[in-house]
Write a protein that binds this ligand. Structure first.
Ligand code: 4AD
Ligand code: MG
Length: 431
């Protein structure tokens, strides 16, 4: 018998095939059983008609329990009502393993219960769709950077210092020394850009922030490109092209998943470069007009501010030129106005907030040394980073895109905890 997968059934219309699957759900009457099958590649209905199969097979179909594993054999036929477009007319079944009392039933469950059962929850249709979109974003990311002359370089995860100059770090012992889990690979990516020109990284990032919002994870994945000989404006162009490519790739390659998620695709179709740019000063103005009376120049924006600003746009919007004071030590001051940085945050539409933070970096040795003093970055840990400004320093820029926030936005789901296979949250390290 020809073995195939649900993803491939379109190639086998009219043929009899066998698929290894699990029973996601089931409906049956005296004469017919509808099996909702999943095999990891997708979801498909199997129809078992009593008069077409042996008595044993029909009894198996009627009595099979949720999440039992099976080999199912039958003929693939077109079915215009299902998102997949095909179903199977089942001729025989073989149970591999019978599942007893599967905890996640078709009824509603609360989020804590589902998170406690994340190892099983991943099997359900919506979670499957989210992970498939995540995978497509990762694929399109590699495609974009590989086809635009970037080299992937992997920064270390165990580091001797803080990349963002903040204290939200996970500490660990490194034999006799102190070490921290990386909160950004950026500083290493700057070294890599001086060796390879245009580089990108994709890896786990750790933030020991006590934040408990729908946008914060303790462990998340970040894509960090860094480009030699590119200024702030050049970097914004890369960002808008990259984000557009990712969204258009998901639209093209995840049609079934977006349908499963009930995503309004017209909102995603609008995501094409260029994206609007406003300055931090403009943003303060917009906020005041929208009734945020107490926001003062020099304050950072919170989620409600970002949401209010994004309301005016149907594309992601760059907020540029933030006050230098509230940004990281490595950002280059605007030569025309040194109290603001050559930087931008990219704010997603529909209330999803900041998905990218980026900037042009200081390339002048003296200025960087001055920053070290101001930020109290003493000791050996940052010496190598200064040397990048000593030996053939060039203008360079880079940015970091948070994968999970991007997945949440593209999928149109409420909380980042569903966008990563096993979320690490303030109160959750299980499973
Ligand atoms: O703005 P951030 O902190 O920027 C950096 O780390 C820079 N060093 C990046 C660079 O220029 N190479 O983080 C970048 C992005 C944010 O815009 C957000 O999308 C995501 O990372 N992010 C988080 N995602 C989930 N949970 C958290 N706790 C996050 N913190 C940041
Ligand atoms: Mg940021």
């Amino acid at each position: 018998m020809l073995k195939t997968t649900i993803e491939q059934v379109h190639k086998h219309v009219g043929e009899e095939v066998t698929i290894g699957a699990w029973l996601a759900n089931k409906r049956s009457s005296g004469k017919i059983a509808f099996l909702q099958l999943r095999d990891g590649t997708g979801f498909m209905q199997g129809v078992v008609v009593k008069s077409n199969v042996s008595e044993d097979v029909f009894a198996l179909a009627k009595n099979m329990t949720q999440e039992s594993s099976l080999y199912v054999t039958g003929t693939i036929v077109e079915d215009t009502r299902s998102p997949l477009g095909y179903e199977m007319q089942v001729s025989s079944l073989e149970v591999i393993h019978e599942s007893v009392d599967y905890p996640i039933t078709p009824k509603e469950h609360g989020p804590e219960f589902l998170l406690d059962h994340r190892h099983l929850w991943l099997r359900s249709k919506k979670q499957h769709a989210i992970m498939k979109v995540r995978n497509e974003i990762i694929r399109a990311t590699y495609e974009f950077f590989n086809s635009n002359g970037y080299t992937k370089v992997d920064p270390p995860i165990l580091t001797g210092s803080s990349a963002e100059g903040t204290t939200e770090l996970f500490h660990t012992k490194y034999f006799e020394e102190d070490a921290y889990l990386s909160q950004s690979g950026q500083l290493y990516m700057e070294a890599a850009a001086m060796a390879f020109g245009k580089v990108f990284s994709f890896g786990p990032t750790f933030r020991a922030e006590k934040s408990k919002t729908r946008r914060h994870l303790i462990e998340f994945w970040m894509i960090e490109p860094e480009m030699a000989f590119m200024d702030h404006d050049d970097s914004l162009q890369v960002q808008e092209q990259y984000v557009s490519h990712v969204v258009q790739s998901v639209l093209q390659n995840c049609k079934i998943e977006l349908q499963t998620l009930g995503r309004d695709v017209s909102k995603l179709e609008a995501i094409q470069a260029p994206f609007p740019r406003i300055t931090y000063d403009d943003a303060i103005q917009i906020l005041k007009e929208k009734g945020f009376d107490d926001i003062e120049w020099g304050e950072d924006f919170g989620a409600p501010h970002e949401t209010a600003i994004a309301e005016s746009f149907n594309k992601p919007v760059f907020i540029t030129h933030y006050p230098l004071e509230i940004k990281a030590f490595y950002m280059k001051p605007d030569p025309e106005r040194p109290d603001v940085a050559l930087c931008a945050d990219l704010i997603a539409p529909e209330g999803y907030g900041e998905i990218i933070g980026g900037s042009q970096r200081i390339d002048d040795l003296q200025l960087m040394e001055q920053r070290y003093e101001e930020h109290d970055l003493t000791g050996d840990a940052y010496q190598w980073y200064l040397e990048l400004r000593k030996y053939g320093s060039v203008p360079h820029s880079g940015f970091g895109l948070g994968l999970e926030r991007t997945v949440a936005w593209i999928c149109g789901i409420e909380h980042v905890r569903e966008t990563i296979p096993f979320p690490r949250l303030l109160n959750r390290l299980y499973p």
